[in-house]
Design a protein around this ligand. Structure first.
Ligand code: HH2
Length: 408
């Protein structure tokens, strides 16, 4: 008799429970074993050295693994990063053990629990955007791009005429856009800044022609308080701020109006961002910066359900930075907010494929599909018809739930 060996890839507890049930384990067994079949690597930093040493000792005693830098063993540093590997069950044990420990370990335990909760896939969340409640988790939302600018990198000048822009907006909705993102100022590298008056002169006729006419929320892609305020008063429901709340009044505005708020990461400004951007750890630094921006938003009383984060592909990042961010997108789930991804036709795709802006639709499709696999909730795209299909197919695979399928 030949021995057959299978490999199972399990990314969350629900999947582990399904595997165990399919394997013929009874209900009690499934409940007991599911947290033991789910593995997780977490990094905590910075941790005071005394606390780090206790965490390591406790995790090892539970059969998990904990790594500290060599310098920590020599007691040569005051704080250390702790890299943990274990099953969910071991983390639960660790959190319990930390509860009775000094040196701030109880709080660290609580933070570990909260992080584990945040990274769980969520199927029934909503994004609060003004009067809209957009369902997240079962379908990736398509944010269609409408640039009313003479100089946007891929569609500059195409929709400067308000009638053409309004028609295009309606077309995008017909093609499957769940949100329309209208912008009156290009953010491409080196783009000249536009005055409030000019930006509003471009946006308002289009907003007036679309608000109430299309059944989807309209997002305004701006970093200016006065522009956002006027657009929200005229029917927009989302502020898409590519500056990551450089002007905190945008958060106050979202809090007052209940608008949705996209908080994107940028290093520098569009004028300076591509001049030799440097990071020591791009993913860690972008996550830390978004965490600060979201904290600021919540301090200004924006509800967590109004906030969406965005790693800002192409905003102060080299080709390598962009590829690493895309490879490790799932790590952004630790922040707990829904994730928006904007890769459409961007230069990283042009660099990899060596193709001009009008030939980047397949490259965009690859980023959309892999983004959805990594846990992205919203994709911001120019090619709505095509990307709605790509997302629908990717959703069918990634969000496939055999239990729901059996009920239908
Ligand atoms: N990218 C652009 C503009 N706004 N907003 C979010 N949240 N995320 C993004 O990645 C993003 C964004 C740049 O693309 P585009 O609007 O096509 O070009 P331009 O800025 O030249 O108008």
């Amino acid at each position: 008799m030949g021995l057959r060996i299978k490999v199972h890839s399990i990314s969350d507890e629900a999947q582990a429970a399904r595997l165990l049930a399919q394997h013929g384990c009874d209900r009690v067994g499934v409940e007991m074993m599911a947290p033991k079949f789910c593995h997780l690597v977490l990094e905590l930093a910075p941790v005071p050295l005394r606390a780090a040493l206790i965490i390591k000792q406790e995790m090892l005693s539970l059969g998990g693994e904990a790594a500290l830098p060599r310098k920590a063993a020599a007691l040569a540093i005051e704080e250390a990063g702790v890299l943990l590997a274990g099953t969910l069950k071991q983390y639960q044990g660790l959190v319990q053990k930390l509860q009775i420990q000094p040196f701030g370990l109880k709080e660290i335990g609580a933070e570990i629990s909260a992080a584990i909760e945040r990274i769980k896939p969520k199927r029934d969340r909503v994004w609060r955007c003004g009067q809209y409640r957009l369902p997240l988790g079962r379908k990736t939302l398509i944010m269609g791009i409408l640039n009313i600018t003479p100089d946007s990198f891929s569609d500059g000048g195409a929709y400067l005429d308000p009638a053409a822009a309004i028609e295009r907006g309606k077309e995008l909705v017909a093609q499957g856009a769940d949100i329309l993102d209208i912008g009156g100022e290009s953010t491409r590298p080196g783009a000249p800044p536009v005055s409030v008056e000019e930006e509003l002169a471009r946006l308002l006729p289009v907003l007036d022609g679309l608000a109430g006419e299309v059944a989807v929320p309209i997002s305004v892609d701006t970093t200016k308080y006065a522009v956002a305020k006027e657009c929200l008063a005229r029917g927009a429901a989302i502020i898409n701020d590519v500056s990551g709340l450089r002007d905190p009044r945008l958060a106050e505005l979202a809090a007052e109006t209940g608008a949705g708020l996209v908080v994107m990461h940028i290093k520098g400004t569009p004028q300076t961002m591509q001049i030799n951007p440097v990071y020591t750890n791009v993913v860690g630094e972008v996550i830390a910066s978004l965490r600060r921006s979201c904290q600021l938003a919540e301090e200004k009383r924006v509800l967590p359900e109004q906030i969406v984060i965005d790693p800002g592909i192409g905003f102060g990042k080299t080709r390598s930075h962009n590829l690493e961010l895309l490879q490790r997108l799932q790590e952004f789930r630790v922040l707990g907010y829904p994730i928006l991804l904007g890769t459409s036709r961007k230069s990283v795709i042009g660099q990899v494929l060596d193709l001009p802006v009008n030939e980047r639709v397949e490259g965009t499709a690859a980023t959309v599909a892999l983004g959805i696999q990594a846990g992205v909730d919203i994709v911001r795209v120019h090619d709505v018809r095509q990307m709605a299909r790509v997302a629908k197919m990717a959703d069918a695979i990634v969000r496939f739930d055999p239990d729901e399928e059996a009920e239908n």
